[in-house]
Ligand binder design. Structure first.
Ligand code: GRF
Length: 216
């Protein structure tokens, strides 16, 4: 009974979310759990990865969420890679894209298609510690080497560059004197899991309002 009600709610969710990831997918998991808990009014309609062995694929398969692996090297040029990506999104009816640990640059044609409807989460307080090469452990190591007393997570809109789109929300953690890149990464990841579903829910509410305004 509960499951049927849940399905009905998901079917009418205004946000049809595609998640792009390259790694283990703990953020993907947090997003799915938020949907299941009714904290995020969305349906996760696609998990797109750029590696065949990305752990996120198993998490998606377990949940019955469609997956696809698209690697630039399997396409003759940027245009065909971009158009296959757009087709995957269109086929699932995705209307929002959340990058969650996706390490590749999204083709400009795909970004253009989802202007204002594509977000990324970064494990530091942008605009500091962002840009090319700033991912995973590199970020946390750079934070520690800088002597910064705070770090955190940032959700931002995606544009054609790395980590440069408008910042939507940030959450902070205190850097401890005895932190290593690993301990800092763990604490930042824990806040990401709360922050990202919250931010996506803001967009989902907005999409719901827009839908209501367009309904007769
Ligand atoms: C997160 O720290 C995220 O901020 C960054 O990549 C990491 C992905 O972790 N962009 P996971 O795959 O979601 O566990």
């Amino acid at each position: 009974m509960l499951e049927r009600r849940h399905d009905v709610r998901k079917r009418s969710a205004p946000m049809r979310l595609a998640v792009f990831a390259s790694g283990g997918g703990s953020n993907f998991e947090a997003i799915c759990r938020a949907v299941e808990a009714g904290r995020l009014d969305a349906e996760v309609v696609l998990c797109l990865a750029d590696r065949l062995n990305a752990g996120v694929l198993e998490r998606a398969t377990t949940r019955g969420i469609p997956t696809i692996v698209l690697r630039r090297k399997d396409f003759p040029d940027d245009a065909s890679f971009a158009s296959r990506t757009v087709r995957a999104l269109d086929e699932t009816g995705a209307n929002f894209v959340a990058l969650a640990g996706y390490l590749k640059r999204v083709p400009p044609a795909v970004v253009a298609r989802f202007t204002g409807r594509m977000t990324n989460i970064h494990p530091a307080l942008l605009p500091d510690f962002g840009g090319p090469g700033m991912y995973g452990e590199h970020v946390h190591r750079a934070v520690l080497e800088s002597g910064a007393r705070e770090s955190g997570a940032t959700v931002h809109l995606v544009d054609d560059d790395y980590d440069s789109g408008s910042i939507i929300a940030q959450r902070r953690v205190t850097v401890r004197a005895d932190d290593t890149p690993e301990t800092l990464a763990r604490r930042v990841l824990a806040i990401e899991h709360d922050l990202y579903p919250d931010v996506l829910q803001r967009f989902a509410r907005e999409m719901d309002k827009q839908k209501a305004n367009h309904e007769p």
